[in-house]
Design a protein around this ligand. Structure first.
Ligand SMILES: CC(C)(COP(=O)(O)OP(=O)(O)OC[C@H]1O[C@@H](n2cnc3c(N)ncnc32)[C@H](O)[C@@H]1OP(=O)(O)O)[C@@H](O)C(=O)NCCC(=O)NCCS
Length: 401
């Protein structure tokens, strides 16, 4: 089988997208093509052709990712699919090759993605970079410890009116939390605050609640309600699409609102691993948190990626890096305020996917070593590397794409 990987021509693009949607069991609609055409770039959309038939796709959004102490360009990998007729014949591998080469040629140091299945991407050098919690909380047990009482006010906004204040809160938080992606206004109106009926899957339209403290936007929740009844009693679920607050008070008042919605007994939400909620409530167990591996990161250009990130100490370490899929990263690097290739003896040895796990601050080198994923070659090197890469808080990515 000969497979050609290329950007689809304008007239071929819809067919390639139709194939991808079918792989995910989705019915393509005209409005979907129009929506995605606004945000996807054809030169960053790769299709695998068997003759003139599209049998696989992979695309990437030109994102900006918050990293410790700054922001860097990152390809947001998406639309990954291979036709069932062509699976396990190396089509994905060819697509990943082409896409990572392209991101590298563009001079973008990072690629990232959310995986449909966790076993797929490690082989291409992606590592677990920002795990989160999934919460399925019981409203009946919800109460704050040492509750100082409600503050501020909540306003319900239309999706159109929500754009400005919600962007304000998001951008304030985004710059301080590694793992957040920059969202231009069009991203909000096309995806986050868009609400086509076929996205609802049996739940209500999207609602937006804005919390104001001192009359200023301080937090918001975008959510749906899934109503249900049993033997005459309500047992609905609040399904949070995104909840974000810019301070401790705002965080408490936002969750007070969400846990107080009538006719619901459960709140389901993704939760930032640094969320104060766990420590704020009387019954942390009732939040029912499950760990999820979250965002995957691929360091495409190790020199640019490390030079674009802040370090927390003046020391340096020498890393011996393995990278089979992108061999231009492999070898020995001195990492610190300066990042450069070196012939000095190595302090630590690890693979590029594991470096991605410490890059945003999710894991330490000591934890990697404890899991046999990094090897200390000189005594004290783990502690030195951890002091260097230390971050104020764990990363969090609030949106899959
Ligand atoms: C996941 C998917 C893209 C893989 O495509 P593919 O062309 O079959 O992948 P390849 O043949 O290039 O596989 C490369 C390697 O990954 C492995 N692999 C592929 N998909 C895998 C999966 N879902 N779970 C575990 N391993 C997988 C293959 O076994 C192969 O391993 P090997 O090199 O040791 O033989 C395809 O199965 C698919 O479209 N699935 C449904 C949609 C989806 O989940 N997309 C991903 C969205 S994030």
């Amino acid at each position: 089988m000969t497979i050609e990987i290329r950007n689809p021509a304008e007239h071929e693009w819809r067919d390639a997208m139709r194939m991808t949607m079918a792989v995910f069991g989705d019915e393509p609609r005209d409005e979907d093509f129009e929506r995605h055409n606004k945000m996807l770039l054809r030169e960053r959309f790769w299709a695998a052709y068997d003759g003139d038939v599209p049998v696989g796709t992979a695309a990437d959004f030109p994102f900006t990712l918050t990293v410790p102490g700054g922001e860097l360009p990152a390809g947001g990998v998406t639309w990954v699919a291979v036709q069932p007729s062509h699976r396990r014949q190396g089509v994905l591998t060819q697509l990943m090759r082409r896409e990572l080469d392209d991101i590298h040629e563009r001079g973008e140091p990072l690629a990232m993605l959310w995986a449909s299945e966790a076993a797929i991407y490690g082989r291409f050098g992606y590592g677990l970079a920002a795990p989160h919690f999934e919460m399925e909380a019981d409203c009946a047990r919800f109460a704050f410890r040492d509750d100082p009482g409600p503050q501020g006010r909540v306003r319900m906004l239309s999706l159109e009116d929500a754009v400005e204040p919600v962007m304000q809160v998001y951008d304030r938080v985004r710059t301080t939390v590694p793992g957040f992606i920059g969202r231009p206004r069009e991203w909000w109106t096309t995806y986050r605050l868009a609400d086509p009926e076929h996205w609802r899957r049996g739940a209500s339209p999207k609602y937006v609640a804005l919390l104001e403290l001192d009359e200023q936007p301080a937090a918001y929740a975008i959510y749906r309600v899934k109503g249900d009844w049993e033997a005459g009693f309500p047992k609905g679920t609040v399904k949070v699409v995104e909840a974000l607050a810019d301070s401790t008070v705002a965080e408490r008042e936002l969750w007070r609102f969400l846990f107080g919605i009538d006719l619901t007994v459960r709140v389901e939400s993704r939760l930032d691993p640094a969320s104060p909620l766990f420590l704020m409530v009387v019954d942390a167990r009732s939040l029912r948190l499950t760990a999820n591996e979250g965002l995957w990161l691929r360091i495409v250009d190790v020199e640019l990626a490390l030079a674009g990130r802040q370090f927390a100490s003046d020391q340096s370490v020498v890393l011996e890096l393995r990278d089979e899929f992108c061999p231009w990263n492999a070898g020995r690097w001195r990492v610190g305020r300066e990042v450069a290739r070196t012939d000095d003896a190595a302090d630590l040895e690890l693979g590029i996917a594991d470096l991605a796990s410490v890059y945003l601050g999710a894991f330490s080198f000591a934890r990697l070593a404890a899991a046999d994923r990094a090897r200390e070659l000189r005594t004290g090197a783990l502690a030195r590397a951890d002091a260097l890469f230390r971050t104020e808080r764990p990363p969090y990515c609030p949106e899959d794409f």
